[in-house]
Structures are given as C-alpha cells and as structure tokens.
Design a protein around this ligand. Structure first.
Ligand code: AMP
Length: 296
C-alpha cells in the first residue's frame, strides 16, 4: 500500500490505473477504523482492481469545534489495518491541501439536508459532507464508491447529489456492522465509559422493537415510535429524534406501507450516537433504492 498526501499525485495515480483498464473503488473515511470500515474496504477489494481509501477528518462537516478536536485519530494503526486488508492507496491529505486559501464553494442538497441529522447538527453538516465527497470524486475519479448504511441520511443525500450533478460514479451501500449485543460500530464508541457502553445498546433495542412491531402487523408510525421509545427507556436513554421516514426523501411516514427507515439519534453521556433500520413490509430488498426520477 502506498500513502498519497496530494491531490495532484492522487489524480495522476488513478488516471494511470484507469488507462491500464483497472476498475477503481473509493472508500471515503474519517479514520479511526473499526470493523464497519473494514467491511467497506473488503467490499471494495472484492469488486475493484484498485482500492483507494481516503482518510480525512473533514473540518467542514463538524458544527462544533470541540467535536472536531475530540474526534478520535489513529493514523498509523489505520494505515496498518488498511494495508492488511489489501488496500492499494491510502489518500491522506491535509486540511490545507483539501481547502486551500480562498476556498469558497459548497455543494448543498436542499431539503434532504435540513431534517433529522441536518436539523440536529446544523445546516453546514451535509453541505460539508457533499462538498468533500464531490471533491474526492473529482480527485480520485472512482468507478464505484462505498458508503455505510449506518449513515442512512448521508446515503440519501449523496445519492441525490450524484443523480443531480450527473456524477459518473456508482454508489455501493454496505450493511451496518454491529457488536454482538447490537450496538452499531462507530468511531465515537471509544468515548463511552463502561456504564455508557452498556446503555448504548438502547438504540438498537429501540429499532428492534419497532421492527418487531411492524412484523406483528403494526403500521401506525406514532405507535411504532412509542414501542421503540419504551424499549429504550429501561436503559435510561432518551432519543434526540426517533423517526419513521421514507428512505430516499426522508419525508415522514405516518402509515407504514413498503420501504420505511426507522432512524434514531441519542446522547449516551456526552457521546452522540445514531442508528437506523430499513424495513420492507411487502416483498423486495429494502436496501435497493428505486430508480431515481428527477424532480421537474
Ligand atoms: P466515518 O469514518 O465515520 O466517516 O465512516 C466512513 C464510512 O464508514 C461511512 O460510509 C460510514 O457510513 C461507514 N460506517 C461507519 N460505521 C459503520 C458500521 N458500523 N457499519 C458499516 N459501515 C459503517
């Protein structure tokens, strides 16, 4: 594995790979790797000839400076893990390389970026994500990019951006990797102390309760939310939001019919965690988005 720190070198590297007929896969990350990141890298390794993992803690998507400063970093360990998984290139640019003096452009997906995570984390969060991902797509020019279902709203926002801007990249979405007790893996989990780590299971318990109620025939969103909240309450965890939404538009669902995303965010101690479950009430695979139609 080689490590590249400049956009020019990165671009030249993948241009040469493409000229040689190699299929290029990109896994964008903010580092502090765990088994969720590993799953994305494995999926890319399996399907692509040249696997690029970007490691960039993107200041533009943090609304609080303290959150950015506290974000876990373990670059040497990350490099060793990526190399062990057969990654070809670790692209680890500096903030100045990504955002040189005078940088003034932002990519914003309206509507979708303003609800749930967008509302909680501020309007700049998804604009920060979209801007850096659009830049990574231009610098690396991958055939396919890998993202985790763990960040379901990020997936919806990026799908919209790729469709709206006609970006020539396919998105592959990898299912959420969990601890044995159900907690979704997250770089932020390292901040939980032992008691918080136990209580953190509340999020997945709430989601499982909603799923189970749907399985038993409940279709009313208010009652499903109540079922999820009562499964969380014994753990002493109160959700910031617990919503049933359309997985593509993130519009609220009042009566479940077809694909629905149950999304939850909660603070456990001072650590903010998110999780979600995609549920399909009729036949079909809930992870497959229907073909996107452009709005007039
Ligand atoms: P991050 O480094 O947190 O920005 O995450 C990089 C990528 O890994 C994103 O596409 C995330 O959605 C994905 N990811 C994070 N946690 C998980 C998980 N538990 N399972 C699967 N993918 C994940």
């Amino acid at each position: 594995m080689i490590t590249i720190a400049t956009k020019a070198e990165m671009h030249a590297h993948t241009a040469a790979a493409r000229a040689a007929g190699r299929r290029i896969g990109l896994v964008p990350t903010m580092g502090a790797f765990h088994a969720g990141h590993h799953a994305l890298m494995r999926a890319a390794r399996e399907a692509c000839d040249e696997v690029v993992v970007s490691l960039f803690v993107n200041p533009a998507q943090f609304d609080e400076a303290s959150d950015l400063a506290a974000y876990p970093r373990s670059e040497e360990q990350d490099a060793a893990e990526a190399a062990g998984l057969g990654v070809d290139v670790l692209f680890a640019p500096s903030p100045e390389e990504v955002y040189p003096d005078g940088f003034a452009t932002s990519v914003r997906v309206a509507g979708l970026s303003d609800v749930l995570e967008g509302a909680e984390r501020g309007p700049g969060h998804f604009a920060g994500v979209c801007t850096v991902v659009a830049k990574l797509f231009n610098v690396v020019a991958p055939d396919v990019a890998y993202f985790g279902q763990k960040d379901a709203q990020q997936v919806a926002v990026l799908r919209r951006m790729v469709a709206d801007l006609d970006l020539p990249v396919a998105l592959e979405i990898v299912p959420t990797v969990r601890e044995p007790d159900g907690l979704a893996l997250s770089s932020r989990n390292v901040r939980l102390d032992a008691g918080e780590r136990e209580r953190a299971v509340a999020l997945s318990r709430g989601l499982r309760a909603a799923e189970a109620a749907i399985g038993e025939g409940e279709r009313d969103a208010a009652r499903l939310r109540a079922a999820a909240r009562s499964a969380m309450a014994p753990h002493g965890v109160e959700p910031e939001y617990l919503a049933l939404v359309d997985p593509d538009s993130f519009q609220p669902v009042h009566t479940v019919n077809g694909r629905v995303l149950v999304a939850v965010a909660a603070r456990v101690g001072s650590t903010r965690l998110i999780d979600n479950a995609l549920v399909q009430t009729e036949g079909g695979d809930p992870t497959k988005a229907p073909t996107m139609t452009k709005e007039p």
